[in-house]
Design a protein around this ligand. Sequence first.
Ligand SMILES: *[C@@H]1O[C@H](CO)[C@@H](O)[C@H](O)[C@H]1NC(C)=O
Ligand SMILES: *[C@@H]1O[C@H](CO)[C@@H](O)[C@H](O)[C@H]1NC(C)=O
Ligand SMILES: *[C@@H]1O[C@H](CO)[C@@H](O)[C@H](O)[C@H]1NC(C)=O
Ligand SMILES: *[C@@H]1O[C@H](CO)[C@@H](O)[C@H](O)[C@H]1NC(C)=O
Ligand SMILES: *[C@@H]1O[C@H](CO)[C@@H](O)[C@H](O)[C@H]1NC(C)=O
Ligand SMILES: *[C@@H]1O[C@H](CO)[C@@H](O)[C@H](O)[C@H]1NC(C)=O
Ligand SMILES: *[C@@H]1O[C@H](CO)[C@@H](O)[C@H](O)[C@H]1NC(C)=O
Ligand SMILES: *[C@@H]1O[C@H](CO)[C@@H](O)[C@H](O)[C@H]1NC(C)=O
Ligand SMILES: *[C@@H]1O[C@H](CO)[C@@H](O)[C@H](O)[C@H]1NC(C)=O
Ligand SMILES: *[C@@H]1O[C@H](CO)[C@@H](O)[C@H](O)[C@H]1NC(C)=O
Ligand SMILES: *[C@@H]1O[C@H](CO)[C@@H](O)[C@H](O)[C@H]1NC(C)=O
Ligand SMILES: *[C@@H]1O[C@H](CO)[C@@H](O)[C@H](O)[C@H]1NC(C)=O
Length: 824
Amino acid sequence: MEKISILFLSLCFLLVTSNAYRATMFRSSSSSTSFSPSPSPSPTPSSPSDNSPFAWKNGSSVCNPGRFESLGLDMEKLGFCDKSLPFEVRAKELIDRMTLDEKIGQLGDITYGVPRLGLPQYNWWSEALHGVSNVGHATFFDNTTVPGATSFPTVILTSASFNESLWKRIGQVVSTEARAMYNLGVAGLTFWSPNINVVRDPRWGRTLETPGEDPFVVGTYAVNYVRGLQDVEGFENPSDLNSRPLKVAACCKHYAAYDVDNWFGVDRYHFNAKVTEQDMTETFLAPFEMCVKEGDVSSVMCSYNQVNGIPTCADPKLLKQTIRDEWGLHGYIVSDCDSIEEIYKHQQWLTDTQEESVAQVLKAGLDLDCGMYYTNFTKNAVVKGKVRERDIDNALRNLYVVLMRLGFFDGSPLFESLHKDDICSEEHIELAAEAAREGIVLLKNDNYSLPLRPELYKYKTIAIIGPHANATDAMIGNYAGVPCRHTSPLDGFNGTTNVIFEPGCLDIACKNETHIFKAMQAAKKADATIIFAGIDLSVEAESLDRVNLSLPGYQEQLINQTAMAAKGPVILVILSAGGIDIGFAKGNPSISSIIWAGYPGEEGGKAIADVIYGNYNPGGRLPVTWFEANYVDQLPMTSMPLRPIDELGYPGRTYKFFNGSTVYPFGYGLSYSTFNYTLPASKRAMNLKLSRHQHCRNLNYTDGAYRPPCPSILVDDIQCKDEFAFDVQVQNNGNIDGNHVIMVYSKPPNNIVGTHLKKVIGFKRVAIPARESQTVNFKFNICKSLGIVDFAANHVVPSGEHTIILDNGVDATTFPLHIYLAKD
Ligand SMILES: *[C@@H]1O[C@H](CO)[C@@H](O)[C@H](O)[C@H]1NC(C)=O
Ligand SMILES: *[C@@H]1O[C@H](CO)[C@@H](O)[C@H](O)[C@H]1NC(C)=O
Ligand SMILES: *[C@@H]1O[C@H](CO)[C@@H](O)[C@H](O)[C@H]1NC(C)=O
Ligand SMILES: *[C@@H]1O[C@H](CO)[C@@H](O)[C@H](O)[C@H]1NC(C)=O
Ligand SMILES: *[C@@H]1O[C@H](CO)[C@@H](O)[C@H](O)[C@H]1NC(C)=O
Ligand SMILES: *[C@@H]1O[C@H](CO)[C@@H](O)[C@H](O)[C@H]1NC(C)=O
Ligand SMILES: *[C@@H]1O[C@H](CO)[C@@H](O)[C@H](O)[C@H]1NC(C)=O
Ligand SMILES: *[C@@H]1O[C@H](CO)[C@@H](O)[C@H](O)[C@H]1NC(C)=O
Ligand SMILES: *[C@@H]1O[C@H](CO)[C@@H](O)[C@H](O)[C@H]1NC(C)=O
Ligand SMILES: *[C@@H]1O[C@H](CO)[C@@H](O)[C@H](O)[C@H]1NC(C)=O
Ligand SMILES: *[C@@H]1O[C@H](CO)[C@@H](O)[C@H](O)[C@H]1NC(C)=O
Ligand SMILES: *[C@@H]1O[C@H](CO)[C@@H](O)[C@H](O)[C@H]1NC(C)=O
């Protein structure tokens, strides 16, 4: 998201005074014609003084008597500062005091504030995808105040840990650093993260930002990360969720069916995603529903694209009806940056004027515009009778309640002591290393050639090869800030042994093969060779989808030839978000081991070295399918359906619907140990009794297949408290302590047409010492875990024999679970 010109950004960096002053500067170049709210904020460029009572000070809050006094205002008379009143009442009191022009001045992401009322300006746009970022207008780094913040691995790698408590813990650490930066006057309180779009297609350029291809895993990540960012300990579930305090505000984006960035000229600003109701419910909306209902997120961002011909930000069914009414959002809905302008200018959707576009999105339920369209055109939209002032009041109420929950008005005593020392602390940096270690996936390990035992390699020579061998910025990915420091792969090994560094390719594109020779010579000399290959933001990024699944340029030659020349074991380390067809290396006996390390964040090099030396036993699992290269020749990226389309020869998408061969499947991952499962007898059949008013629903079965008398039942119709549970004993058969993820899938009864092949219903990561075993228990709700989404987008539970699959990363243990549906 977030279109922004380079000029705009650089302007942002120059203006490192108070936020109020920066906002004034932005707008001063554009003194408005169509927009005429009374005075802009008081500080002028010539006096950007922090002494201005209006400027934002460290830890200050709106309802501060001293502030009002210096403004010549009596706070006692202002109901919005009356702490005895509920937030909604205070927000209404504030909004009722504003003129229409003043109200409109608060609807863009850089607000004007209302000097007359002592309401300061606020910049809504900050980002914290995997650490506090400087993308946006509110948050920045400089060498005097805060030079950097902890940069965790990109989300795709953190996701691969399948460790819910890690996901939440990272959120907590990021929000601690964010609060500290807010106290120092260099960050906002509203962060437009995480990105929870499902990776429908392996070419998607923003895969690195997301938790992968499974909607349930993505939703579970969202719930944990959002709770980590937002929750204030002890106030997680109060009776009134509209007054629940927030540490910082998170935002689940981009809603919805957003996953084409720029593919052969089809870009996100113009793309119309043609989506069936079935896919919408089952895949595209599911993580957002979890984010709102289970994560209680305080914001959702609508996307640039259209869904079935309607821009998402202008669709009342998607916004108001679904997010707010059906799911019960406590918070605000924001547009992706300049979305409204895109709707008017490029999509030209139903509208011939800017006012019309503004009216449409406001009425659809869009509260905040990242951009200038609300600011510039809402006045005329009201004057021309296209939208009611009441709609503006509603939007503002949603916004101010969130700011009140954040302590923007009353302060946040719990967080006011957070300071510079709370940013980039040793503990936080160590968590960044831990996250990378937990996510790293071991893909191949012939003859257990890894770990490299330090006693064998410590005083020997290791060749460090490949275009990512000294990766620094590449490890950080996008939506990053300035990291506390970098530990590149080279740094990770330097000092542990004699290192010969010979990149072999000058960059990721690797267009020049002449450098390969030196890499071969290094490998020939060394006792072990580690090749760091892969891709980076020059291949997969925002506004840049991939066109193939291969390594760029001469990278494959580099790997082949170095491996052939090598004297010792060869370890290939891939840095990427999306899967790469490395079938050539998988099948090559002279490459003994392969590791996927995502983009591993600021401590990535250390984490990789810890895994290779066996200081850490890897347990990560692939969060996306690694398809073979020809997969992308079989279907265009723009075809949205998840299910195969036989007439067009399109294979299905994601492990849930794709049945063909892969380089590595979703969920794959090895360890230096092996793990097996023992399942004690558990319940293998369940009866769901239907009441008199409940109907059996039909399902489509393959020709000639047995069709049960009661094929399925609608989930909405039943209470559905029924659960099934089991204990699994997990044995670590190795001589090394292990970290193991148990992934549980359900597979629907055979012969039902159009269902998923299987779906993840749960997972747990456990630490199991060498040669020991541990009992892990699972409990599932029948409807959530055995349900399918039928052709008409209903959640139904089919009767018949379901299969429960327990996947240890390599193979599976299964047991049947028979569901009987019967009338009383
Ligand atoms: C908003 O109005 C200002 C002042 O007229 C103008 O400079 C700016 O370009 C406008 N922005 C948009 C997106 O219309
Ligand atoms: C801090 O200073 C260094 C050296 O001048 C510079 O390279 C870096 O960009 C500065 N960092 C920030 C956040 O401005
Ligand atoms: C999961 O993450 C938590 C929080 O970082 C960590 O303490 C725990 O050891 C991790 N569990 C496993 C099995 O790796
Ligand atoms: C914020 O606090 C820091 C650290 O106490 C101080 O150095 C800085 O000058 C303060 N900034 C403002 C705007 O008060
Ligand atoms: C590794 O990268 C860093 C940062 O870009 C650079 O300063 C350093 O010189 C590089 N090391 C080598 C050996 O090229
Ligand atoms: C290894 O570390 C030493 C000491 O910090 C440094 O002088 C040397 O340049 C490093 N070598 C490489 C290849 O980065
Ligand atoms: C490849 O690199 C070599 C050595 O640096 C250089 O002499 C040659 O011109 C390069 N070739 C191309 C096509 O860039
Ligand atoms: C595959 O994509 C990469 C990255 O865009 C590009 O460098 C390379 O040339 C492509 N390879 C082929 C065979 O098209
Ligand atoms: C690399 O080696 C594999 C066999 O191990 C071969 O199939 C593949 O074509 C080779 N690739 C290149 C670019 O030489
Ligand atoms: C692995 O072991 C087998 C059997 O001992 C041997 O044939 C093979 O060459 C070994 N592979 C590697 C990569 O060492
Ligand atoms: C697990 O593996 C161990 C060691 O190979 C074996 O003794 C045991 O029977 C296995 N258990 C199951 C349930 O397969
Ligand atoms: C069966 O499939 C057809 C389309 O192939 C669809 O129209 C019909 O609604 C489906 N029936 C059920 C019960 O899902």
